[in-house]
Design a protein around this ligand. Structure first.
Ligand SMILES: Nc1nc2c(ncn2[C@@H]2O[C@H](COP(=O)(O)OP(=O)(O)OP(=O)(O)O)[C@@H](O)[C@H]2O)c(=O)[nH]1
Ligand SMILES: [Mg+2]
Length: 365
């Protein structure tokens, strides 16, 4: 279940620059080979300092970070929902993602052409969001004709639920609001998943700024941040050109370079973490002398589901999980000490795994 984040935006705003920086950055953990699935899909390690802190206390033979996927999508132009440019193909790629990073150009540079002539982030955002919304409206209209007819002639609760979901979504989209803003019941939300609506996906904005705008933003980012606040979305400020340079450096040089430009961590790390949160993902660890490893699950996953990320046998034959918080390990210095404090618990099938848990699964198949 590798979840992914699609990088979306107008042409020439810096999507590929950011994607390339993300996927070419030398991995922090030396033994994790960076891998590319195809030129537009990249697997990125999720930076997590807890992993090295655990490894300092439980010295393992190997250390494996967790990963997530980014997809570089070609620029979307006005009219894409009507098939302009490579419209339908682009929209298809976006539909297949789990979340959207919407890159907005927030830098001046006469050398870099802007498709609409002038730099105007809010206008750019509107173009993209409108195209995505129109594409969804078309999907919903098609579905609504069919499902309304079906719902009239049936007692089937499922079809009735879908019909009410579709009606609500249609009204929301017609009002110019994204599908994620629709007020759906849990059942309606489940029914609407099959529509694969683009505007139902979680979205964050990436404000691509120049170096001068990095620390405190600029007039463009202020506008984007204001808009994002109204929509309840996040904004990650990043300088694509600078990130591309940072990505080429070895880790020790990188730290030095970051300090010289007044940054604590690469903007890419912030972007990865934001995308991870956007997807509602959390990390748990397995820790032994062979391997210390980070694993990704959706927030709310129960212990057997978390075990299933490692191997389906672990889920099928799940008996229990020994569990403690990595923060307790950092506090008391060793697993033995954590145990003596009574902080190592045995958890069953109903346990909801928390971010930062260290787990040992007992299973039987
Ligand atoms: N000055 C400046 N130029 C940038 C920055 N990020 C990207 N660029 C330049 O903008 C141009 C377009 O960048 P790309 O990353 O190819 O843009 P894109 O969004 O992938 O474009 P399409 O794939 O055509 O939709 C390139 O010439 C980049 O060098 C930045 O932060 N500052
Ligand atoms: Mg590109």
């Amino acid at each position: 279940m590798p979840l992914n984040c699609g990088i979306v935006g107008l042409p020439n705003v810096g999507k590929s620059t950011i994607f390339n920086a993300l996927t070419s950055a030398k991995a922090q953990a030396a033994n994790y080979p960076f891998c590319t699935i195809d030129p537009n899909t990249g697997i990125v390690t999720v930076p997590d300092e807890r992993l090295s802190k655990i490894s300092a206390l439980i010295v393992p033979k190997s250390l494996v970070p967790t990963t997530m996927e980014f997809i570089d999508i070609a620029g979307l132009v006005e009219g894409a929902s009507k098939g302009e440019g490579l419209g339908n193909q682009f929209l298809g790629h976006i539909r297949a993602t789990d979340a959207i990073c919407h890159v907005v150009r927030c830098f001046d540079d006469p050398e870099v052409v802007h498709v609409a002539g002038a730099i105007n982030p809010l206008h750019d955002i509107d173009i993209i969001n409108t195209e995505l919304l129109l594409a969804d409206l078309e999907t919903v209209e098609k579905r609504s004709q069919r499902v309304e007819k079906l719902a009239r002639n049936t007692q089937d609760a499922k079809i009735k639920t879908e019909a009410s979901a579709v009606a609500k979504l249609k009204a929301t989209l017609e009002a110019g609001k994204p599908a994620r803003a629709a007020d759906l019941t849990d059942d309606e939300r489940t029914a609407s998943r099959e529509l694969f609506l683009i505007t139902a996906k979680p979205q964050l904005y990436v404000a691509n700024v120049d170096e001068a705008g990095l620390a405190n933003g600029n007039a463009y980012t202020e506008a984007v941040e204001k808009r994002a606040a109204e929509e309840n979305s996040q904004v990650v400020r990043i300088c694509g050109a600078l990130e591309a340079e940072i990505a080429q450096l070895d880790p020790p040089e990188r730290t030095e370079f970051l300090e010289s430009v007044g940054l604590h961590e690469p903007g890419l790390d912030r972007l990865i973490h934001s995308a991870y949160r956007l997807l509602d993902l959390i990390t748990y660890f397995t820790a032994g002398v062979q391997e210390v490893r980070a694993w990704t699950i959706r927030r709310g996953t129960k212990a057997p589901g978390a075990a299933g990320v490692i191997h389906s046998d672990f889920e099928r034959g799940f008996i229990k999980a020994d569990c403690y918080a990595c923060e307790d390990l950092f506090k008391y210095g060793s697993e033995q000490a954590v145990k003596e404090k009574g902080l190592l618990r045995s958890e069953g099938k109903d346990y909801t795994v928390k971010d930062g848990d260290i787990l040992f699964f007992k299973f039987n198949v």
